[in-house]
Design a protein around this ligand. Structure first.
Ligand SMILES: Nc1ncnc2c1ncn2[C@@H]1O[C@H](COP(=O)(O)OP(=O)(O)OP(=O)(O)O)[C@@H](O)[C@H]1O
Length: 339
């Protein structure tokens, strides 16, 4: 398979479908500044501040919470509108979305089904050109797919089944002609070890569980050492227990490797656990509702009242109606956002 075949493999999968702050706003100035205009357009400014004030709880996850941005601005998404055009109609997926991602961020796109999260990820991956606005990676416009942005999808069939686990991880490294076979093998084993699958290097994908397949996909993506790892609801097809375990493992991996992550989900709980920053998008077409910091939460936060309050408040921000403003917010049973 050559590069274009690999891209079309990726593209096929993409086409198939790919808060709170314990810190005052000034502690993360770039993020807050970047979206001030968008947020100001909505009635969310008060809510966002409210959210920040409400979560001045002691930090449980001090390691991650204190993690600084390790580099400057990596990705700049500026007033990006994305559209699908056919002869019959134009579907606007996002409207003037603006945000920045910094090195070692775990940046989550959160919003109801159909708000354009996957489409935004596709645009950042380089598969869709913005109808308006710009996407800059390291200051240069994104003009197409590239090995500096690797996508992990939800589907379990993203690994070519005729290749063993290690061949799957080595394959893009070899296609990119970056490494010799021996170097690629060493790199692949390194990342398989990181996801706990070194012992399965010679297994074929069909012999693995869904969670194991996702671990291979993550190892394959990280082995490319991309500037940004893009994940489109990577754990959504897993059972609840495996999903939690995978979230935990992803965070452990991040603690070790400190990669930059963009993560799409429609689960508020998952966003709070996985992300250090969350961009809330309105229902279709997606506009920025608010941008929040969430680095103080981990799986240990799940039963805590500040976590539940944050879930409820994000829910309110996403579905901002008079009715929800007037009643005491209750967490949704599964903390899922649906349109
Ligand atoms: N290939 C396509 N052609 C036309 N419209 C599309 C296409 N893909 C997505 N859309 C539309 O664009 C909008 C955004 O879709 P997108 O898949 O990005 O949303 P999402 O937030 O990722 O949703 P979900 O959480 O359900 O995956 C939706 O209205 C959707 O119907």
């Amino acid at each position: 398979m050559n590069v274009s075949t690999l891209r079309s493999w990726n593209q096929r999968h993409i086409q198939h479908d790919a808060a709170t702050s314990d810190l005052p706003a000034a502690a993360s100035p770039p993020a807050v500044r970047a979206n001030a205009a968008d947020v100001a357009d909505t009635a969310d400014v008060a809510d966002t501040a409210d959210l920040a004030n409400a979560t001045n709880a002691p930090l449980q996850d001090a390691g991650r919470a204190s993690a600084p941005h390790t580099t400057g601005r990596l990705l700049a998404v500026d007033r990006v509108s994305l559209e699908y055009r056919s002869r019959e109609r134009i579907v606007r997926a996002t409207h003037q979305v603006t945000f920045d991602v910094y090195g070692a961020d775990r940046f989550v796109l959160l919003g109801p089904s159909g708000c354009g999260k996957s489409t935004l990820l596709k645009a950042i991956a380089g598969f869709i050109e913005p109808a308006a606005g710009s996407i800059l990676l390291d200051g240069a416009p994104v003009r197409g797919p590239g090995p500096d942005r690797v996508v992990v999808f939800q589907e379990f069939d993203q690994l070519p089944p005729w290749k063993t686990v290690i061949q799957n991880v080595m394959f893009p490294l070899r296609v990119a002609k970056r490494l010799s076979r021996a170097e690629a093998r060493e790199r692949a084993l390194h990342y398989l070890d990181k996801v706990g699958l070194a012992a399965f290097a010679n297994a074929y994908p069909h012999t693995l569980s869904g969670g194991m397949k996702q671990r291979v996909a993550i190892a394959r993506a990280l082995a490319m050492q991309p500037r940004v790892l893009l994940m489109d609801e990577p754990f959504a097809a897993l059972d609840a227990l495996t999903r939690r375990k995978m979230q935990e493992e992803l965070l452990q991996l991040w603690d070790e490797v400190r990669f930059t992550l963009m993560f799409v989900t429609h689960s508020i709980e998952e966003a709070l656990i996985v992300g250090n920053r969350i961009l809330l998008l309105s229902p279709h077409p997606g506009r920025v509702r608010a941008e929040l910091n969430s680095h103080q939460f981990s799986q240990d936060s799940l039963g805590r009242s500040d976590f539940q309050q944050s879930v409820a408040r994000i829910h309110r921000l996403l579905f901002d109606t008079d009715a929800t403003r007037q009643t005491t917010p209750q967490p949704t049973p599964q903390a899922q956002v649906h349109a």
